[in-house]
Ligand binder design. Sequence first.
Ligand SMILES: C[S@@+](CC[C@H](N)C(=O)[O-])C[C@H]1O[C@@H](n2cnc3c(N)ncnc32)[C@H](O)[C@@H]1O
Length: 389
Amino acid sequence: MNDSFARNPAEAEILGRIARRGAIPFVEFMELALYHPEGGYYSRPGATTGPSGDFSTMPDVSPDFGRRLAVQAAEVHERLGGGPWRLVELGPGRGLMAVDLLEGLARHAPEAFRELSELVLVERSPSLREVQRRRLAEAAPGVPARWVASLAELPERSVRGVLVGNEILDALPVHLVVRTEEGIGERWVTIDGTGRLVFRDGPVTDPAVRILAERYGVVPRVGDLGEVSPALADLVADVSRALAAGAAIFVDYGHPAAVLGDEAHREGTLLAYHRHRVTDDLLARPGDQDLTAHVNWDHLEDAARAAGLEVAGRTTQDRFLLALGIVEDMVAPGAEDDAAGLARALAARSLVLPGPGAGKRFEVEILVREVGTDLRGLADPFAGLDAFS
Ligand SMILES: C[S@@+](CC[C@H](N)C(=O)[O-])C[C@H]1O[C@@H](n2cnc3c(N)ncnc32)[C@H](O)[C@@H]1O
């Protein structure tokens, strides 16, 4: 395939690099497919989440997700002894959750809302920044907001407050590793005789990749595929650098390392999303489909401790939201024929429905500095209710 057949600048760059070098490691393919400045999935103009996009995230489902997250942020503010504080959102997407967080503070924690000195949005895509800017100008014109392209741009220890990231970690580029008879190798991307993008096994791009794969046992058997993400540790190091005191709250899907290496995950966890359908054709449509891998929670926690943060703990999304009072939002306010109120109550319920839904699949991991680890969102929401425990 000639790069003049490329459908967008991300694909053109991928094909150009393969033409020059023969093959590129999958991690480089993923970085370009998602974050190429013009053609990357998260850089190009156009919706990525929500009904007209490729997948929905919790803020698309219900505003009470962000509003209850605000209750946790407010508790951290209280633990800091009050006073001016910053709220930082990593990868705010369409800006829905940023607005929900502010509304949640205003509604559930007015003092923390009044004392918020700045909302910082970490977004590298200019087109998404514009979407976020417009939404915030309309919904919260009085709140000082600032944008940076990367956490590394924030001065060291400049955040006394809370960082939040919803579905950020699963979007970090991963190395795709494979166990062969010779040991651990890495998947590279090349083109076959018919011009199609295809995988090829090759050597690891960096000894750190082999070390991570062995440490977390993600590919224990010959033939196993799995992922490792040095970018995860880099992000946690940036969080630790920026955080003077407070908490970082990540919501995402992931597994402990032992699960990532088990029989059910012999193919790894990488998936592609296109128009609300999941596919395992990772190399199709570079720049036009989302690519995502489950978070390795053990790696995240080890990286946090290595960076000097404390791990407060991890819980499932449903328990987190219940502990923060979402039951109040699950009852339709006002008249029985208030369709909007009923829809809102049903949406709040869907965040915590029992069974294999989002409430259990998503987890919340909280990293802290100087605010203690016994946070409300991590407490047992059913304590004292024997019938539920
Ligand atoms: C699946 S989307 C989630 C968007 C939004 N948080 C939501 O819940 O709808 C993943 C987002 O993570 C962002 N992202 C990836 N790496 C990042 C990083 N190092 N710092 C900040 N954001 C990042 C991407 O740009 C993208 O907007």
